[in-house]
Design a binder for this molecule. Structure first.
Ligand SMILES: C[S@@+](CC[C@H](N)C(=O)[O-])C[C@H]1O[C@@H](n2cnc3c(N)ncnc32)[C@H](O)[C@@H]1O
Length: 289
């Protein structure tokens, strides 16, 4: 593991290979950290944290696929930054299933238990075998990396957990740390505010006593464009692409713990028929390759 780069190092302390942001610096993200530490301990109730990693990495990561199967791997990536890396699922997929490697891998996540799990997976599966790993536990906002130092920035299923303000700040930071011509890929990152499934679930949540506090902000398609324009990430040389993630929800699959009857069948039908796409697309991927 390497030092946290340069200018922010006095804000961190290292513990067993992870750089931890000093506690008093969490400020308004303290509640979010507690929540994600708790989830990380017992990953969505699956009690995964203390278990031995499965012998086969595929049993640990599920099927991240999608956008990651389109990332050009013939390019050389000296450095990769992963935002909200969790236990490293997306990177394990990119490395083991797609043969991606790099010299420097920096994983940032707010949850220390998730990063500990990533360490266990690194030992078990040796993903990105040539890379020096820097793991940083902090809210993804100000990035502790030098200007123009990263070849590829990735993130999977994280930005819907950030506030709009934090995300705007973060995207400007991504612009700053990305090398000219660098690539970015954000899979399943922007929940579609116009999706009927979300609208129904948002409405039901208003009446739920223990509503899920994880989800923060949903975007319309035009807001996603605006975000990338405003952060100067939509480079005419490397224009960003926005595409539906592949999941469709005219109806939510669950409301609280209750399964919604026929939702899965109806959603599959909507997907197959591209029915009311702007209303049924669940989330957007953004990339620039
Ligand atoms: C749905 S999980 C996805 C994890 C991983 N990317 C994957 O695909 O398995 C969301 C991740 O975002 C992290 N996270 C949530 N809020 C964050 C924040 N403000 N800053 C950094 N990470 C955050 C969580 O700890 C968690 O690991």
């Amino acid at each position: 593991m390497t030092n946290p780069p340069t200018q922010m190092s006095e804000k961190f302390e290292q513990l067993d290979g992870i750089w931890l942001l000093k506690e008093h610096l969490y400020q308004e993200n303290t509640g979010q950290k507690q929540l994600w530490d708790q989830i990380g301990q017992n990953y969505y109730g699956r009690g995964q944290f203390n278990r031995q990693p499965p012998a086969d990495y595929r049993d640990a990561i599920g099927r991240p696929g999608g956008l990651w199967n389109e990332l050009p791997i013939e390019r050389e990536y000296n450095s990769i930054l992963e935002i909200g890396c969790g236990d490293g699922r997306a990177s394990i997929h990119l490395s083991k299933n797609r043969g991606l490697d790099c010299q420097q891998y920096c994983g940032i996540d707010i949850s220390e238990p998730q990063l500990r799990r990533l360490q266990v997976f690194k030992t078990a599966y040796d993903f990105y075998p040539s890379a020096q790993f820097t793991l940083i536990c902090m809210p993804a906002k100000e990035l502790p990396l030098p200007d123009a130092s990263v070849d590829l920035v990735i993130s999977d299923a994280v930005f819907m957990h950030l506030t709009k303000t934090d995300l705007c700040f973060l995207m400007k930071e991504v612009r700053r740390v990305l090398k000219p011509g660098g690539l970015l890929g954000f899979r399943n990152s922007f929940h579609n505010r116009e999706c009927l499934g979300h609208i129904i679930r948002n409405f039901a949540r208003r009446f739920a006593p223990n509503r899920n506090p994880l989800y923060s902000y949903q975007h319309s398609l035009s807001e996603v464009y605006d975000l990338f324009e405003q952060s100067d990430l939509n480079d005419p040389e490397n224009p960003i692409q926005i595409k539906p993630n592949g999941q469709y929800r005219l109806l939510p699959h669950h409301l609280g713990q209750k399964k919604v009857p026929f939702a899965q069948t109806i959603n599959e039908w909507a997907k197959a028929n591209n029915f009311k796409a702007n209303r049924s697309v669940y989330s957007f991927d953004v990339y620039n390759w």
